[in-house]
Ligand binder design. Sequence first.
Ligand code: KG4
Ligand code: ZN
Length: 337
Amino acid sequence: MGITDISILAIESSCDETSASMIVNGKVLNNIVATQSVHENYGGVVPELASRAHQQNLIPVVHQALSSSGITKEQLSAVAVTRGPGLMGSLLVGLSFAKAFAKALDIPLIEVNHMQAHVLAHFIDSPRPSFPFLCLTVSGGHTQLVLVRDYLDMEVIGETLDDAVGEAFDKTAKLLGLPYPGGPLIDRYAKDGDPRKFAFPITRMPGLNYSFSGIKTAVLYFLREKLEANPEFIQENMADLCASIQYSLIEMLLIKLKEAMIQYRITQVAIAGGVSANSGLRMALDALARKKGWQLYIPELEYCTDNAAMIAMAAHYKYLKGDFARLDIAPLAKMKI
Ligand code: KG4
Ligand code: ZN
């Protein structure tokens, strides 16, 4: 480590993943993630339990990121942290730690927007998209179409007006009696099912916006009626139900994506966020990209779900611009890109 090297420790604690990562001169060295299993029993993330788990996990995770990188605290150029959007209590744990760390070591603090970081996950490994590109960010909390003009110059051109697509996966899965988070299970069952067996609604909102709340109501009423006639209906049709639900959700995502690509004359498309793990979405996007001649970018799964490596990547570009934060900033539950 020379005096000109830029080494940053990054911390992510916006939801239910506690993560730390070391980045040196723009190269991510590691990505330590502690997942919280405590929420499984509750069918969703319990904010207060998430904050407490972050408090327990944060120091071990930071310690591991530092020690496995071989870089000492004294060699750090800056410390970076997610400021928002996310759960207030969870953000507070990471931000308070990062502030104290910056103060004690007398190094700059860098605040990172979690949604911007999801997009910048595409710059951790090669191949990297070039500007401009469009990123479809799909997670448990967000569904956004982001026009990316530069590393730190992004615009949300479309987003969900109610539930996020991951939420739609999880809530419909719950109606099918599947445990939380249900998205990966729907994906698994859907592989053996017929996506055209049941027709669930494909909601079209004006412009490039999305709405995913209609499908859970539609599935609820549909199941109620079917279960009255046959209490075994779900068990007997699990694969077809999952395939049909997944089909509708993917269709909704792709309709607006296609419109956006045409409207903004873009030929490079990227996906980010936990739902980009969905194999149906990956296949459909791959086929669409081939047909349209688009270049498609999908990061490693490790960098799709919440992680500190993407925070580190964003922090590196902010460091280059000298964009540092004051030590009295507050976390933001909602935060624009
Ligand atoms: O980005 P993420 O890890 O956390 C945030 O919400 O920020 O995304 C989690 C979401 C959950 O809703 C989960 O059900 C969904 O991603 N998910 C999937 C799959 N893997 C994760 N949804 C559909 N298919 C999958 N294979
Ligand atoms: Zn996220």
